[in-house]
Ligand binder design. Structure first.
Ligand code: NDP
Length: 295
């Protein structure tokens, strides 16, 4: 039996439409235009594509979009100065600093400088802490998109065994917290985990956030499980070209799983939609307007 394919692209279009509708209401009823600023340091080609897509989607949703580009040689103080200016700018409600940053710039210091109220990526320790103790917080976009797809597919996640492979601060850990908040029994696996295939096989929900092409094999997956593939890996393809694959061996796993997200077209589009939704949320919280339920 072949798994259902979870269409993240189609789902993200619905979320973006909800965002655009809310933006329209905020403009008309509260004279508020949510604004998102994206800071790009350097010329990493993948980051440039992400930033371009984010800006395009922000404008399409009717929001203000600001793109700040700094050279790869930018010093820590220069990046900090930009963040501080955006913190003070009343027309900007969301600030995203595209990672990775060049090595002379301390990533943690930059993330720490972002006003937590404008931290639409949800990486500031204040938001991480608030999320961990169950207080309202800006939730990282990628895990938020994953949980939305899971709830849409499964409904109540309560009591299910969830395994998250990967423990990064931006995906694995917040993902595990969100699953815990949905009353899943959560296991976090990583590079030191013993018997990883066995651990994965116990999962009703399997999240792969590793960065290793096609690592999760067909016989690692429980029949009928829901598999969310966060990985984005570029591998060589025919005629000197490249293509994107996830952390899951899609062809093998789709023969076992009950449902699976593809790469591309799964988690990636949902991440951008959640970024827009977080910007609307941030704008409402800053303006002390009742926030709409988009996610
Ligand atoms: P990191 O490199 O920060 O973390 C990778 C995690 O995988 C680490 O916790 C690491 O363990 C673990 N790991 C590495 N090798 C193994 C292994 N052999 N077995 C088990 N665990 C392993 O990556 P990110 O979390 O930032 O990203 C993960 C993937 O998701 C990447 O492909 C990235 O491109 C993608 N991504 C996609 C997004 C989207 O929008 N779709 C957004 C963000 C990321 P340890 O901690 O022990 O080193």
């Amino acid at each position: 039996m072949s798994a259902d394919i979870i269409d993240g692209k189609a789902f993200s279009e619905k979320v973006k439409a909800r965002v655009a509708a809310q933006v329209e209401i905020l403009k008309n009823q509260s004279n508020l235009t949510p604004g998102l600023a994206v800071v790009l340091v350097g010329e990493d080609p993948a980051s440039q594509v992400y930033v371009r897509n984010k800006n395009r989607s922000t404008v399409a949703a009717g929001m203000k979009s600001e793109e700040i580009k700094l050279p790869a040689s930018a010093l820590q103080e220069e990046v900090l100065a930009v963040v501080n200016r955006l913190n003070e700018d009343p027309t900007i409600h969301g600030i995203l600093v595209q990672l990775p940053l060049p090595e002379q710039v301390d990533e943690m210091a930059i993330l720490d400088a972002i006003d937590p109220a404008k931290d639409v990526d949800g990486f500031h320790v204040v938001n991480t802490g608030r999320q961990a103790v169950g207080l309202p917080a800006m939730v990282p976009c990628t895990p938020l998109g994953c949980i939305m797809m899971l709830k849409d597919r499964i409904g109540d996640l309560s009591g299910l065994n969830a395994v998250v492979v990967g423990r990064s601060n931006i995906v694995g850990k917040p993902m595990a917290n969100l699953l815990l908040a949905e009353n899943c029994t959560v296991t976090i696996a990583h590079s030191r985990t013993r018997n990883l295939p066995e651990v994965c096989k116990a999962a009703d929900i399997l999240i792969a956030a590793v960065g290793r092409p096609k690592m999760i094999e067909g016989d690692w997956v429980k029949p009928g499980a829901t598999v969310i593939d966060v990985g984005i890996n570029r591998i060589p393809a025919e005629e000197g070209k490249t293509r994107l694959v996830g952390d899951v061996d899609f062809a093998a796993v789709k023969e076992v799983a009950g449902a699976i997200t593809p790469v591309p077209g799964g988690v990636g589009p949902m991440t951008i939609a959640c970024l827009l939704a977080n910007t609307v949320t941030a704008a409402c919280r800053i303006a002390e307007i009742e926030e709409p339920r988009i996610t």
